[in-house]
Design a protein around this ligand. Structure first.
Ligand code: ADQ
Length: 470
């Protein structure tokens, strides 16, 4: 049987992992590859002069890491340009923030082609290829053009908006249908899968039977694979981490105040500014809680070269300062706002110490922080998760306090409710949430996707041939 070849924009090379900025995609793939054999292929994170661009190979445990550099121009057009300033906002329903240029699109296609060229050197005919995320949508097409007939799967970590929004993507008709070159296309939620299938029907004239589409004598399958975390490991880590000296110091510094925690990459999709406004409203409306609660917001900088991110960072920093100025006392700072990354062990301890987990993205594919928070709780005396209904995790986490992040009243109300929730209700909700997490951990996610990818498609004759792409 062929080997597994995982392809993603960034690769978490073991010895470099400490330097890699946190991101859900690398966290998920790294955990999914544990105990597996294969290749992990992607960008090294290095920007090199054209003449010095290199491809490197590192073997560690059972994984071969193959990484390639990007030129300055590639990085600018493909990464900072088309993926992060066009695809990211549009896929998060923020058409207003998309900054399209033809040059960036051609850089995006060029880098996908570069990936395909380098992969071509290592692929064997029976390998299974698993491509991750919106950076690499046209990769299967570039591989097929080089003659590869392997089974190739694609997983979208971020949301897939409805066709009414997807069609605002300039040249969508060139990019989105190229996903049909994959054999399996996976999404985080049923809504995302449904939106994509509506796009194929509306824009490409294709019809499906049970999410199976026939495209030019081939079949592609669409399915839902909600990404998970290493549930048992996280739970174990959290139990031990409350004893870490740093975590103990943080707990001591609260002097008995209830802790509310938010952990995010600094990204406009995470709704941090809205969350701060809701917290301010909570302090204003429920003044009894003043002086009795501390909100710790850990927001690690990401994509700092992009102007929208720099603007947002300023906005959030000044909002936190303003709220502290308005409501704080000489012996109490309502918001502790931190930009540095912490290890997962430290985060697990802090999650466990927090009475409330505040996870209120405006739009999120899944949101692993919500899952990590739940995994870290003490079942006997758990905290409460407040979760945006617009996070993919809300599809599985019905027992969380679900809120609309655009409605500060609803979030402020939920904070008050969470802080005063009786133990019995907290336990009941935690047990329901933890059950979901245990059923669908990261191994289960990876195994389900790979089993579906390996499955031979049903013969075309068994499916009604409803249409072809022409
Ligand atoms: P992200 O947008 O990066 O992921 P998320 O799912 O929350 O978002 O994952 C963030 C990861 O980074 C978590 O594991 C978290 O612990 C870690 N992290 C965040 N801040 C940190 C800090 N200060 N220090 C250390 N670690 C930190 C994308 C999609 C999501 C989807 C994931 C996985 O946008 O919707 O859930 O991929 O599919």
């Amino acid at each position: 049987m062929g080997q597994l070849v995982v392809v993603s924009n960034r690769v978490a090379i073991p010895e470099k992992i400490a330097k890699v900025r946190p991101g859900g995609l690398e966290v998920a793939i790294k955990a999914a590859l544990k105990d597996k054999t294969g290749i992990w292929f992607g960008w090294s994170g290095k920007i090199a002069a054209r003449a010095k661009i290199a491809t490197r190979k590192i073997v560690h445990d059972k994984i071969t890491y193959i990484t390639l550099d990007l030129s300055k121009e590639d990085h600018h057009e493909y990464y900072n340009g088309f993926t992060n300033r066009v695809l990211w906002p549009i896929l998060h329903y923020r058409v207003d923030l998309a900054e399209f240029s033809r040059r960036d699109l051609s850089g995006y296609l060029r880098v996908n082609d570069h990936f395909a060229r380098e992969l071509h050197e290592v692929l064997r005919p029976d390998d299974f290829i698993w491509v991750h995320d919106y950076h690499l949508m046209p990769l299967a097409k570039a591989l097929r053009e080089r003659g590869h007939k392997n089974r190739i799967g694609f997983f979208l970590h971020v949301p897939c908006p409805p066709p009414e929004i997807l069609t605002a993507l300039p040249h969508h008709e060139r990019l989105i249908p190229s996903l049909c070159e994959y054999d399996l296309v996976g999404f985080q939620t049923g809504d995302d899968a449904f939106n994509f299938s509506r796009y194929l029907t509306r824009e490409c004239g294709l019809h499906s039977r049970d999410f199976n589409f026939v495209v030019s004598e081939r079949m592609i399958r669409i399915d839902v694979f909600p990404v998970g975390i290493e549930t048992a490991t996280f739970a174990y880590l959290a139990q031990r981490s409350v004893h870490l000296p740093f975590v103990k110091r943080v707990i001591g510094s609260l002097v008995g105040r209830a802790l509310i925690i938010g952990v995010d990459r600094l990204d406009y999709s995470k709704g941090i500014a809205h969350r701060l406004s809701a917290f301010e409203l909570f302090l204003r409306a429920q003044s009894d809680w003043r002086g009795k609660v501390t909100y710790l917001q850990i927001a690690t900088r990401s994509r700092t070269e992009i102007p929208e991110y720099a603007d947002m960072e300023k906005e959030i920093g000044s909002a936190a300062g303003r709220i502290n100025g308005a409501y704080g006392e000489a012996d109490w700072t309502p918001i502790r706002y931190i930009n540095r990354p912490y290890s997962h062990a430290t985060l697990a301890g802090l999650y466990r110490a927090a009475r409330v987990g505040l996870v209120t993205p405006l739009r999120d594919g899944m949101n692993l922080v919500a899952k990590e928070y739940v995994a870290s709780q003490n079942a006997d005396d758990p905290g409460v998760l407040i979760l945006s209904r617009f996070a993919g995790a809300a599809h599985e986490f019905k027992a969380a306090l679900l809120v609309n992040p655009y409605d500060p009243d609803s979030v402020a109300g939920a904070i008050g409710r969470a802080l005063s929730m009786p133990l019995a209700e907290r336990r009941e909700r935690q047990s329901a949430l933890f059950q979901v997490l245990s059923r669908n951990d990261i191994q289960h996610w990876a195994d389900r996707f790979l089993t579906a990818l390996e499955q031979e498609p049903k013969p075309l004759s068994q499916l009604e041939k409803m249409s072809s792409m022409g």
